[in-house]
Design a binder for this molecule. Structure first.
Ligand SMILES: C[S@@+](CC[C@H](N)C(=O)[O-])C[C@H]1O[C@@H](n2cnc3c(N)ncnc32)[C@H](O)[C@@H]1O
Length: 348
């Protein structure tokens, strides 16, 4: 998934930096004894990567679509029958489309006669998405599929419909003409399946609430770094994931997202939210990914983290996310920082 702030291409940098800190601190625990928390999980790729290395993972995100995808990536662990999954995917790929919530609100044909004609998906792709989404609820209700299968299939739907979205990158606007990828018929593509060696757990909470309830060894933090709220940028994926037919408004058909607004996207709140997080974290090793254009300055981050233990910094040059090009800053690369803290006085 093409996700704002995805760390997919920085996984090696993150792994090497973490290994460096662990060995400098003579950490003797083997990966399968280490609890690694990825609590701003997004696509779940960081937690998924460390799961494949043998770590025990706790993951979390405030967005429900992220929870669904991550729940599959992190919690499904050798419990899915691959042949059966291929059959189910095939069955879903052959369902007949229906005119449901996505068709009626996010296609040109479905919004005929409404104040706003929206062009997020072609009519056929939206109808297919609606039909698959309803089928998944029905299958779960009649116990044709279990919960593990449900999250795998729903995550695959979210990922697949996102590939057909007629947007420049996020759902804050749609394009006035259909782009080539949006015109292709949607095909349900199975999400990858990572086998780990230990139990893992995924949550869907505000991180500052969850942090008081979990503990472990490594805490990896990848918060939003600017004022663009994820709930607004990915509102249609949230609606597909929740299947809750919300009241929507405006040109983009935005759902209400007051309860999912992040303090990490508000300049006047971010430092307090970050300090509370660090203060309440029952983890010895804390790593923060942040870039050089974030709401918190490098100095502010260093000051906050240094209060709680030994601080150090790793850097890597990084290609900018495409939706961020041509905003105020025209540089095509940015510097990605990994701030590291070895925390003292943990309240475990
Ligand atoms: C930079 S993205 C994470 C990207 C992720 N590391 C990846 O590689 O896909 C930040 C994520 O933090 C989530 N988020 C923002 N504020 C949050 C909060 N207060 N609690 C939990 N999650 C939050 C957003 O929904 C978003 O998915």
């Amino acid at each position: 998934m093409n996700y704002i702030g995805s760390k997919f291409s920085l996984l090696e940098f993150i792994e090497n930096s973490i290994n460096n800190i662990l060995s400098k601190n003579n950490e003797t625990k083997s990966p399968n004894k280490i609890i690694f928390a990825d609590l701003f999980a997004g696509t779940g790729c960081v937690g998924g990567y460390f799961k494949s290395l043998g770590y025990s993972i706790i993951a979390n995100d405030i967005q429900y679509y992220s929870y669904v995808i991550t729940k599959h990536m992190i919690e499904n662990n050798g419990n899915l029958d691959k042949d059966r999954m291929i059959v189910l995917i095939e069955e879903l790929n052959n369902v007949n489309g229906i005119e449901g919530f996505i068709y009626n609100n996010y296609t040109f044909e479905g919004t005929k006669g409404q104040e706003f004609r929206r062009m997020y998906f072609t009519a056929d792709n939206a109808k297919k998405c609606d039909a698959i989404r309803q089928k998944l609820e029905e299958w779960l209700r009649i116990q044709y599929i279990n919960e593990n299968e449900y999250y795998f299939l729903l995550g695959s739907l979210i990922n697949s419909i996102d590939r057909c979205a007629n947007t420049a990158s996020v759902y804050g606007a749609y394009l006035k003409k259909f782009k080539a990828s949006a015109l292709k018929p949607m095909k349900l593509i199975p999400l990858p399946y990572t086998i780990g060696h230990v139990d893992c757990k995924v949550y869907n909470e505000d991180i500052n609430t969850l942090i008081k309830k979990v503990k472990g060894d490594i805490l990896y933090l990848d918060p939003p770094y600017n004022e663009r709220q994820y709930c607004a940028n990915y509102h249609i994926l949230e609606t597909i994931a929740k299947n809750d037919n919300p009241i929507i408004k405006g040109k983009t058909g935005l759902r209400d997202y007051q309860s999912q607004k992040s303090d990490f996207c508000v300049k006047s709140k971010v430092c307090d939210a970050f300090e509370n997080l660090i203060k309440n974290a029952n983890f010895k090793y804390i790593f923060l990914s942040y870039n050089n254009e974030g709401l918190m300055t490098l100095d502010q981050i260093e000051k906050i983290m240094s209060k709680y233990g030994d601080y150090s910094l790793y850097t890597q040059e990084y290609r900018r996310f495409k939706a961020d090009n041509n905003r105020n800053n025209k540089a095509t690369t940015t510097i990605e920082y990994l701030h590291c803290l070895v925390k003292r006085d943990i309240n475990v």
